[in-house]
Design a protein around this ligand. Structure first.
Ligand code: PLP
Length: 359
């Protein structure tokens, strides 16, 4: 069986380095917000061409704390509206809600799966103060048009980069990351980070993640406990130097899928520029998804669905259940994620292609 994603194989090359780090951190006797977090934050800021990086507990907190910090600093107010793609993982929307802001959903472009900039302006009201862009499946959203709209309406732009580590980002917006194990840069547990060039924002998030405190036992803000773990930071530092190489390996797999999968029942994802995509996922569409998924499984290819239920149809968001986002709904009915990872062998890729072409 070709697995969808084998984290054990992905992390195997780092085993010895991880064990050394574990010993080192353990013996240091300092387990929270120490040298490893500091070192990783510095390297990750560099990797994102950003001035500041703040490690936090996970990707959802990274979104929530970014928006809360903008509120704390007076750039946003509770109740402000934030534009967000209707077609995203629910965490993007939850982060906005947890900050006391109002998500306003916008339909995606069916080819790229990312937010359709042409549909943003009609959703802008006097209360709209920001856009949360999501680079879904690892593909850069249409930033040129989004930045233009942001400029025209004076909107804050935050980017949810949980699926887009190592992408060629455009503009100098605040960006949020997740290091959930399955992401392109994944920890051995939970982790997240925010990168920004805004020093004041960075300082506010540094407090918010640590009980609202800069100086121990002195609390300036109603803060949280959401810190990147010292041990996870140490593990991430072992993997970070290989991020660009691993993304390149994902591109090699994607290039083969794009050029060799030939079956009229299968719609391949659009990819305008392979260098603006880090292929966190390779997502195809088909009319008869459950049938295709079963066929692939019976032929030794494991696939997953990202995601089966759109956010506005979730029980948690009952008040939106009757809203209609036909493109988002169509995508959620048709998508299927093929095996994709930096450790897939040529033979495995060939097998996936062969089985798909015989369908
Ligand atoms: C994974 C993910 C998140 C949340 O990250 P966690 O670390 O699991 O909290 C947010 N947004 C998107 C688009 C994601 O894929």
């Amino acid at each position: 069986m070709i697995s969808f994603l084998d984290l054990n194989i992905i992390n195997k090359p780092y085993e010895e380095a991880f064990q050394n780090k574990l010993k080192q951190v353990m013996n240091s006797g300092w387990y929270i917000l120490g040298e490893e977090v500091k070192a990783f934050e510095e390297n990750f800021a560099n990797c994102c061409n950003s001035k500041y990086c703040i490690g936090v507990g996970n990707g959802l907190d990274a979104i929530t704390l970014s928006f809360l910090a903008y509120i704390e600093n007076g750039n946003l107010q509770k109740g402000d509206e934030i534009i967000v793609p209707a077609n995203t993982y629910i965490a993007s929307i939850l982060g906005i809600l947890h900050a006391g802001l109002v998500p306003v959903l916008v339909e995606p472009d069916i080819e790229s799966y990312n937010i359709n900039p042409k549909l943003i302006e009609e959703k802008i009201s006097t209360k709209t103060k920001g856009i949360l862009v999501v680079h879904l499946y690892g593909q850069l959203a249409n930033m040129d048009e989004i930045i233009e709209i942001g400029f025209k309406y004076d909107l804050l732009i935050v980017e949810d980069c949980a699926q887009a580590h190592g992408l060629n980002f455009k503009g100098s917006h605040t960006r949020t990351f997740s290091f959930y194990p399955g992401k392109n840069l994944g920890a051995i547990g939970d982790g997240g980070a925010i990168v920004t060039n805004d020093e004041k924002l960075s300082n506010t998030i540094l407090k918010l993640r640590n009980y609202g405190s800069e100086k121990k036992y002195y609390n300036e803000l109603i803060g949280f406990n959401s810190r990147l773990d010292e041990l996870q930071a140490a593990f991430l530092s072992c993997k970070l130097p290989n991020l660009f190489f691993e993304n390149e390996k994902r591109r090699v797999v994607a290039k083969r899928y794009l050029s060799e999968i030939k079956n009229e029942k299968i719609k391949l994802p659009s990819c305008l520029d392979i260098n603006n995509h880090v292929f966190h996922l390779f997502v195809i569409r088909t009319d008869n998804r459950e049938e295709l998924q079963a066929y692939l499984f019976n032929n030794g290819v494991h696939t997953l669905i990202h995601y089966p239920v759109p956010p506005h149809k979730q029980k948690a968001l009952k008040e939106w259940n009757d809203l209609s986002f036909p493109i988002t709904e169509k995508i959620h009915k048709e998508v299927l994620s093929l095996p994709m990872s930096p450790v897939m062998t040529d033979d495995e890729v060939s097998k996936v292609i062969e089985v798909l072409n015989n369908y």
